[in-house]
Design a protein around this ligand. Structure first.
Ligand SMILES: Cc1ncc(COP(=O)(O)O)c(C=O)c1O
Ligand SMILES: [Zn+2]
Length: 405
């Protein structure tokens, strides 16, 4: 069997839904989570089968929702490098620091994972078009994968989102609207448009079940790349939270399969101080967040004032003894430069936020020196030219470069 998907379960009330028809959220409003026949998979297979598979996230197809191989829509996404950061790690006092580098993936961000799996499954279930609000990278990825699948894409993004993303969406031939507002405002506009049009599925963050399944493969890859062992800490830049919820889901499934053991890593949600609803909720030990007024950060993917899955993000943090921490734009931009000059890795601002956060957590003693810490760089730094500044003298053709610096 290509997929061991059985059905969907509400993350809040537990109600079960069929998985062989298009579904959105539960009647109670909460996200639906894909369920797999893990006991049968454990009987019929083992983790050893992955070793000889293709180097993409589809190597884990049994744990993904697409039922037939020919329905996979792929640009070769997944199996991104888990790179060592020895110099930066020494500076931060975390010598076993690793970075899962999603900057190398098609469309330049980890959003390709959710888009590949979400678009493949939507097309397999007969969806003709998708509609979504986005902070930029998700819209770019879904528009491009929709183009590959031959689906229409309707995308609304804040006017202030990174300019490259609107170029990507337009190049893909999608229907794009720029909104004078934040992602929540885009979401309301998309929701109203879907109600008025026929044949569009709303694929907003956690409003359909399969984007999460694509994102969870980051968690499977990390432990496979570590020889099927858990790291001590995973540090994730959190906006809508799909990645952190997905990583936790993946690790839980692997433990249930008996393919992984030990306590889950402490999951750390990093946000920007200009938009930190999860950090605020965590600091007062709340189970849900409240909307962040006037969200604003250069790490645009983190500009989510009220994530739909807030209770799932907070649950992932609490149950793994993790934490949530905010860093300022100044701190994350400094970390972006430091990561590039110490390690040659040009990370996106959201990824840089995890590096800044690791420094602070180490200083506070919340990360120990001997721990294996995985930072998620969720996208390529070159997608954010507005955060990269060059200072260089201008020379005339007959000028001279100094003999020494
Ligand atoms: C580069 C980048 N990092 C992180 C995030 C946040 O992702 P998540 O929704 O998984 O929290 C986004 C979302 O737009 C993003 O584009
Ligand atoms: Zn429910």
């Amino acid at each position: 069997m290509f997929s061991f998907l059985t059905d969907l379960r509400c993350s809040r009330c537990g109600t079960r839904y069929r998985a062989d028809v298009v579904q959105g959220v539960c009647v109670c409003g909460a996200p639906l989570l894909a369920q797999y026949d893990l006991s049968r998979l454990a009987d019929e297979s083992s983790r050893a089968v992955f070793a000889n598979r293709e180097s993409s996230l589809w190597r884990y197809h049994e744990l993904l929702p697409v039922s037939r191989e020919e329905n996979v829509v792929s640009l070769g996404e997944g199996m991104t490098p888990l790179v060592t950061l020895p110099r930066l790690g020494d500076r931060l006092g975390v010598p076993r620091l690793l970075m899962k580098d999603e900057g190398t993936i098609p469309t330049g961000s980890f959003k390709a994972r959710g888009a590949a799996v979400g678009v493949s499954r939507a097309a397999e279930l007969g969806v003709r078009g998708i509609a979504m609000p986005t902070n930029g990278n998700a819209g770019a990825a879904w528009a491009l994968y929709a183009a590959r699948a031959g689906l229409h894409a309707l995308i609304a993004m804040p006017e202030r989102a990174p300019a490259i993303c609107r170029g990507e969406v337009s190049s893909a031939g999608a229907e794009l609207y720029l909104v004078r507002g934040h992602i929540g405002d885009c979401g309301r506009l998309i929701n109203a448009a879907v109600a008025r049009r026929n044949g569009l599925q709303e694929v907003s963050t956690l409003k359909e079940p399969y984007r999460l399944e694509g994102k969870k493969t980051m968690g499977i890859e990390i432990v496979e790349q570590l020889g099927w062992t858990m790291p001590d800490v995973i540090v994730y830049p959190t906006g809508g939270g799909v990645g952190i919820i997905g990583i936790r889901k993946a690790l839980d499934e692997l433990v249930e399969l008996g393919w992984l053991s030990g306590p889950l890593p402490r999951l750390v949600a990093v946000q920007a101080s200009g938009c930190a609803p999860i950090v605020k909720a965590f600091e007062s030990r709340m189970r849900e967040s409240s909307p962040w007024p006037d969200p604003n950060t250069v790490a645009f993917g983190l500009n989510v004032p009220r994530p739909l899955g807030d209770f799932l993000i907070l649950d992932a943090i609490y149950t793994t003894n993790g934490c949530a921490i905010a860093v300022s734009d100044t701190e994350l931009l400094a970390a972006q430069r430091e990561t590039a000059n110490a390690e040659g890795a040009l990370v996106c601002p959201e990824g840089a936020a995890t590096i800044a956060a690791i420094g602070i957590l180490r200083e506070r003693g919340q990360i120990r020196e001997d721990e294996v810490v995985v930072a998620l760089n969720t996208g390529a730094g070159i997608k954010y030219p507005e955060t990269l500044h060059a200072t260089a003298p201008i020379l005339e053709p007959d000028g001279e470069i100094p003999a020494t610096v």
